[in-house]
Design a protein around this ligand. Structure first.
Ligand code: GRF
Length: 224
């Protein structure tokens, strides 16, 4: 089970972690997740592994990806998880793309949408359909360095510490309420690649924990 100790081992900024919420997550029915990903899918894999080891009480119902041959589709195939290509280039409006996503997510009985490197802006259409049940991970300590090339932005700004953030999804990109963060010190000689590698390691620690926490919190709130 994920707990405060595993959180501190991954240098999580853990002030928001509540064991009550984590206990509520593990008592509830398994979360039904739909993962949206555009690329490699290492966060998807970390979430799948956390489920397999029962750290996360969930199942991944479907993965939706938008780039032919994306690494995430191979990872999903290896794990026997359905992966569906929805190529954004086939839609003339963002809202149409989101309608297509909703239809697949509903077909697979998804409750929570987990954006794991989904490189498309989402619209109000998708956010309303999964209100309060959409999370994203971003490779910086938000509110610093939102938007694209966040790792490069941090390097160029000469900050000493960057990291990653799991947050709720709202219409404004990378601005939703923060669920969890982990800090990653920048080392001399770091390149975008070396720094992003260490950020990825922290992402893989905090994303499953943040998913459990957000779910547990919603369970606790529902009983108030
Ligand atoms: C991660 O760094 C995440 O923060 C960003 O996109 C990257 C996805 O990596 N949103 P992966 O595909 O999960 O390996």
């Amino acid at each position: 089970m994920l707990d405060r100790q595993s959180a501190s081992q991954s240098s999580v900024v853990a002030s928001l972690i509540s064991n009550d919420c984590l206990n509520a997550h593990h008592r509830a029915s398994p979360m039904r997740l739909g993962v949206l990903a555009s690329g490699t899918g290492s966060n998807f894999q970390a979430i799948a592994e956390a489920i397999a080891s029962r750290q996360l009480n969930a199942s991944i119902q479907v993965v939706i990806y938008n780039n032919v041959g994306a690494g995430v589709s191979h990872r999903a195939a290896a794990l026997g998880i359905p992966a569906i290509l929805v190529d954004h280039r086939e839609f003339s409006h963002r809202e149409q793309l989101d309608e297509a996503l909703i239809s697949i997510l509903h077909q697979h009985h998804v409750e929570w949408v987990i954006m794991a490197g989904w490189m498309r802006r989402v619209t109000d259409v998708l956010i309303r359909a999964f209100s309060g049940r959409m999370l994203n991970i971003h490779p910086s300590l938000l509110p610093s360095f939102p938007g694209i090339r966040a790792v490069e932005q941090a390097l160029n700004a000469n900050v000493a510490i960057t990291g990653c953030t799991v947050h709720e999804v709202v219409l404004e990109v990378d601005q939703g309420p923060i669920v969890m963060q982990a800090a990653v010190p920048i080392e001399s000689g770091d390149t975008v690649e070396s720094l992003h590698r260490r950020i990825h390691t922290q992402e893989h620690h905090i994303y499953p924990l943040a998913i459990a926490l957000a779910h547990g919190r919603s369970q606790v709130e529902a009983t108030r």
